[in-house]
Unconditional design. Structure first.
Length: 332
């Protein structure tokens, strides 16, 4: 077979004058290494504010666009980290602008901005704005609960709702409630602690107890929702994969006037003894219902340590192989 011709080689030099180059390439060139990792066929040389890119023409211009978008993010006040460069490269691949998409701030808390960092997260946040009920489904670390919590706090601060209600099913994952020490509140607290932690990150920790005392913020097990109508509220159901179909129906029908619901869960981490998850059932029944949106997030949306995304992928591959063996065995 004849060898395919290589892409035209080119060299592109330019100056960064809009921002401090350190903001773009990082201290000790940590961000520069992310640019090089995103475009391994491009040689990147930085001297002061002068940058020279060399390599295949298409790759050079793609790397230049990535640097331009990083400059745009920096000008909008985003303190860049290496993961932002990698995410921006993925956004650019889909012909979108990271500077426009990833700079959308939901809240500013303790000197940092809470914002979507991937395309799926952006779609998830937009869905919450545009729909009454939104399901955020995906693995650990994809920001499902954190972004929903940020939108809830934003809605409360804007007086779009008068209270926030956070709930989880108290399903036992390897531990028995009866054997945990303390009162019922003490037993339930470990299930609700992640919601408290997120709240304290987004609001003044001294304000949270006061808002809870007045009922402006309520954190309670799912069982406490039965028989209620939740008006003028932003309601988040977390760990929804551990609801039964009956509990999910009960929860969704609590919806009152001027309220929003966000349901989050990971269908690969079901702790129910029967495995019959209300989240799975809802996904198959409610997909085409108006004013409801199902948002899928995956390992590419993991915003914890990059290793978490690789762990999620490894488990997914292992489970897929296990399911194939089960299916082959049952078909014999």
């Amino acid at each position: 077979m004849p060898k395919l011709p290589k892409s035209n080689q080119t060299t592109l030099s330019f100056s960064i004058t809009e921002v401090d180059p350190v903001a773009i390439f990082g201290t000790e060139d940590s961000l520069l290494r992310s640019v090089e990792a995103s475009h391994p066929e491009v040689s990147v040389l930085v001297r002061g504010n002068e940058v020279t890119l060399s390599g295949a023409e298409s790759e050079v211009f793609a790397a230049k666009k990535l640097i331009d978008e990083a400059i745009g993010l920096s000008l909008k006040g985003v303190a860049l980290v290496p993961a932002d460069i990698a995410r921006s490269a993925k956004v650019i691949e889909q012909s979108l602008s990271p500077a426009q998409m990833l700079s959308q701030s939901i809240l500013s808390s303790k000197g940092k901005s809470i914002r979507p960092k991937t395309i799926n997260q952006k779609n998830y946040v937009d869905a919450i704005d545009e729909n009454t009920i939104v399901f955020g489904i995906g693995p650990a670390g994809t920001g499902k609960t954190y972004l929903a919590m940020a939108k809830a706090v934003q809605a409360l601060q804007r007086k779009e709702v008068s209270r926030i209600i956070l709930t989880r099913p108290a399903v036992e994952a390897g531990e028995r409630l009866g054997f945990l020490p303390g009162t019922l509140t003490d037993k339930i607290d470990p299930y609700l602690r992640p919601l408290f932690d997120a709240l304290h990150e987004m609001m003044d920790p001294e304000l949270v107890p006061k808002l809870m005392a007045t009922g402006t913020i309520e954190v309670a097990p799912l069982a406490f929702m039965r028989g209620r109508t939740l008006n003028d509220s932003f309601i988040i159901l977390d760990e929804a994969q551990n609801t039964t179909p009956e509990q999910m129906k009960m929860f969704l029908t609590r919806l009152g006037f001027n309220s929003k619901m966000v349901v989050t869960g990971d269908v690969t981490q079901i702790d129910l003894p029967t495995g019959n998850s209300g989240l799975k059932v809802a996904t198959s029944i409610l997909t085409n219902v108006d004013d409801m949106k199902f948002c899928q997030l995956d390992s590419s949306d993991v915003v914890r340590h990059s290793l978490v995304g690789r762990i999620v992928d490894a488990y997914a591959k292992f489970e897929a192989k296990a399911n194939q063996k089960i299916n082959k065995g049952s078909s014999r």
